[in-house]
Design a protein around this ligand. Structure first.
Ligand code: HEM
Length: 307
């Protein structure tokens, strides 16, 4: 989407990611993280990190941003998971998308009549129509949930496969910010995006004609040997300024700061709570998502620890 429509949606949304809201959300992320770690500890090993930890944290965050009431969250999240997995049958996919659409239609109506302290309620105070608000809620869901969930799960998988890097991160909490940027680069969970050329463009000696669609691979750019030395290596000490995991330019990820806060809280809390954290199955048996999924990820991540 280009200007002016893009600005019509991006501007009001961007203005809702205020310092106050980020502070409140950070407190909530800390609380939710501790609650989920407590539950994992209580239930004992082994467990699936995706369902126990990696998915619920961003899911709760998106529900809080949208103001999804607590009692609706279970079925709401199930429907969303089913249309993000890349493996749902057409019939189930249509059912899940329809249920989510219907739910969001009712949610927008509820926020108009009974606004609460959330982004969706605040957006009802603009000239955006109900249909547009529902569309924006869907964008937030699609953009914010699966991406962060897979960063947490795949990020943990990557750390467990590089024990020396994991040990360095445990030993030096000051490394956390670097580590997160390197994991973002290395994993590039949002793999590719499409763009249509508005006019003829010359790129790397080729002409892309107006109207042609190109697939831009953030993943490949983030592994460019001319940009990053030894690009296929995970190196938490590396300086990774300018990676493209959150995109670039006019469509740069609006939730990047929120995603970073989620990871800054969740990764250290997890690895410090379970000093003996390890995979519960051989790494080759961890099931990765199929290529058809838009977002790179693991289906489940069986983990265990000493009690
Ligand atoms: C680690 C987690 C995340 C990753 C890797 C990620 C990645 C991306 C990327 C690559 C884009 C650019 C897409 C393009 O150029 O077409 C994008 C856009 C976007 N992201 Fe994220 N994202 C993450 C988390 C979030 C979160 C938590 C939210 C919101 C709560 C969010 C909201 C958005 C929105 C609204 C856009 C569209 C911006 C626009 O088109 O103007 N993202 N994200």
């Amino acid at each position: 989407m280009d200007q002016p429509q893009h600005g019509r949606y991006r501007k009001p949304l961007a203005s809702k990611f205020t310092a106050r809201r980020m502070r409140l959300l950070t407190e909530r992320i800390e609380r939710i993280t501790v609650d989920h770690l407590d539950a994992m500890e209580k239930a004992g090993p082994p467990t699936d990190l995706v369902t126990a930890f990696a998915r619920p944290i961003p899911a709760v965050m998106i529900c809080e941003l949208l103001g999804v009431p607590y009692q609706d969250r279970g079925s709401f999240q199930e429907n969303v998971e089913s249309f993000m997995s890349g493996e749902t049958s057409d019939e189930d996919l249509i059912a899940a998308v329809t249920a989510t659409y219907d739910y969001l239609t009712a949610l927008v109506a509820a926020k108009r009549t009974h606004p609460t302290d959330d982004v969706l309620s605040e957006l009802t105070d603009t000239d955006l129509t109900d249909d547009e608000l529902r569309g924006m809620a869907l964008v937030l869901l699609a953009a914010g949930l699966d991406t962060t969930a897979n960063m947490l799960a795949l990020g943990t998988f990557a750390l467990l496969r590089h024990p020396e890097q994991l040990a360095a991160l445990r030993a030096d909490p000051a490394l956390t910010d670097h580590a997160i940027e390197e994991l973002l680069r290395y994993l590039s969970v949002a793999k590719t995006f499409m763009r249509a050329a508005l006019e003829d463009v010359e790129l790397a000696g080729r002409t892309i004609e107006a109207g042609q669609v190109v697939v831009a691979s953030f993943h490949t750019a983030n592994r460019d040997p001319e940009r990053f030395t030894d690009p296929h290596a995970l190196d938490l000490h590396r300086r990774v300024d300018g990676h493209l995991a959150f995109g670039h330019g006019a469509h740069l990820c609006l939730g990047a700061q929120l995603a970073r806060v989620e990871m800054r809280v969740a990764f250290p809390a997890l690895i410090n709570r379970f000093p003996t954290l390890r995979l519960a199955v051989p790494a080759e048996e961890v099931a990765l998502r199929p290529e058809t999924a838009d977002i790179y990820g693991v289906k489940s991540l069986p983990i265990t620890w000493d009690v």
